[in-house]
Design a binder for this molecule. Structure first.
Ligand code: GLU
Length: 448
């Protein structure tokens, strides 16, 4: 780890001491503070008026019991979280993650990242995140519904279109949003569309929200390529994961002329040099909720590779779209050796600090999740806009807005990196631009 600016060192130590055992949260805070040295030199106010210390402390944290009955009639008990991190720019906004690895440190890292990501979109949304250690894998539809209803029976009191607006994340898609929105509506007796995003089209959802994170990721990489006079044409791309982000990243890469030759899930990866068969992948992952082994079986030409990393597959562009810390230092070295030129994070913090350091040293372009994957939450903000005006836009209009938002984020990152003397550094650009917008709002709103 590089040494932090002296004024930021104590702040980081305090965060680590006051939040013991929350490794991912420490990692996310360190990564942002590491970019802010030149900012506090220029604007000492941010430290003197404790803006950074306040940013590292969530405004409110809710932890609650989620009891529910499984199909055998046994009682199950999970833990629910909502960390309302910062509302200087708008209502708390961020997804819910249902995954067995969820604990407070994961939700806080995600919530912290969300503040800067949402700020970077330029839209009026604060940052928050929530979820549960509930594992939806292998659960029946009825079990998922009962869990969601129990989760919402506590969480509803903390939500509202002007207060806190959740959406999906790992393990939470349109089905889960539907069950939670339904329970919210029932308890409150209000059809408050703006309280959730990621809703179905017939009940208040927006076109392109499902595709937004994956499409936005690829739009961002397209901007990187354009800034160098290049395009996706003929590029070999590896995508990790095969969930919502990965599927729509694969779709957009193909539409722009690139070929995605590998993708993965928790059981392994498939290498398909002719290009991943997207219809088959969607059928297996979205409809059947099955494993990648079924893709390999149906495809015949490809095999599921277990116990090895998808980053061993040679590519020009790598899009990690699975989960946090999935790209290790060793993976980074493989990518560098195989000639990969661009790594862009579709997931939240998928690259370890060691991997990022290798990319920087090797001159591989690295673009961080809080800029690259911001298209998901940006389209959520567009959904809120449509809900507030009781309107709905066409697919092409909404997609054009998403593309424009990604172009602006890309420009903001590069312009800010330039301004702070680090041309081409997307990490510095994203962290500094995201930070300044929210920090200025906090200063304007007084000591709250
Ligand atoms: N979970 C997504 C993210 O990481 C989307 C959040 C949202 O739409 O509120 O940004």
């Amino acid at each position: 780890m590089t040494e932090l600016h002296t004024k930021l060192h104590d702040i980081y130590d305090e965060v680590a001491r006051r939040n013991p055992g929350e490794d991912e949260f420490h990692q996310a805070v360190y990564e942002v503070l590491n970019s802010l040295g030149p900012v506090v030199d220029k604007h000492p106010d941010y430290v003197d008026r404790a803006v950074i210390r306040r940013l590292c402390e969530p405004e409110r944290q809710i932890i609650f019991r989620v009891p529910w009955l499984d199909d055998s009639g046994d009682v199950q008990v999970n833990r629910g979280f909502r960390v309302e991190f910062n509302s200087a720019l708008g209502p708390f906004k961020g997804g819910l993650r249902f995954h067995p690895s969820v604990y407070l440190g994961i939700i806080k890292f995600l919530g912290f990242e969300q503040i800067f990501k949402n700020s970077l979109t330029g839209l009026p949304i604060g940052g928050g995140k929530g979820g549960s250690d509930f594992d939806p894998k292998g659960r029946s539809d009825g079990e998922v519904m009962r869990f969601c209803q129990s989760f919402m029976t506590e969480l509803y009191r903390h939500l509202g279109e002007y207060t806190d607006v959740p959406a999906g994340d790992i393990g939470v898609g349109m089905r889960e949003i539907g069950y939670m929105f339904g329970q919210y509506k029932r308890i409150t007796n209000r059809y408050e569309s703006g309280v959730f995003t990621g809703k179905g089209i017939t009940w208040g959802g927006s076109q392109v929200r499902t595709e937004a994170t994956g499409y936005g990721t690829v739009f961002f990489v397209d901007e990187i390529l354009r800034s160098r006079g290049q395009s996706f044409d003929g590029k070999k791309v590896v995508v990790s994961g095969s969930g919502n982000v990965a599927i729509y990243a694969i779709e957009k890469v193909s539409a722009l002329g690139g070929t995605v030759i590998a993708c993965s899930d928790s059981t392994g990866f498939v290498h398909d040099p002719a290009g991943i068969d997207l219809d088959l992948l969607k059928e297996i992952k979205e409809k059947r909720r099955a494993r990648l082994a079924e893709y390999a079986e149906a495809r015949g030409s490809s095999q599921l590779v277990a116990n090895r990393s998808v980053w061993e597959v040679e590519c020009d562009i790598a899009l990690p779209c699975a989960t946090q810390n999935e790209v290790s230092g060793t993976d980074a070295r493989h990518l560098i050796e195989s000639g990969c030129q661009i790594v862009a994070e579709g997931a939240n913090m998928p690259c370890t600090p060691e991997a990022v350091k290798y990319f920087e040293d090797a001159g591989v372009t690295f673009a961080p999740g809080k800029a690259v994957n911001a298209g998901g939450v940006a389209t959520s903000a567009l959904e809120m806009q449509q809900n507030a005006s009781r309107d709905s836009w066409t697919f092409s209009d909404t997609e054009a807005r998403l593309a424009e938002i990604m172009r602006r984020i890309h420009h903001r990152c590069l312009a800010t990196a330039d301004e702070y003397g680090q041309p081409g550094n997307y990490v510095a650009g994203a962290n500094i631009a995201g930070f300044i917008r929210v920090a200025d709002a906090m200063l304007a709103l007084g000591l709250v």
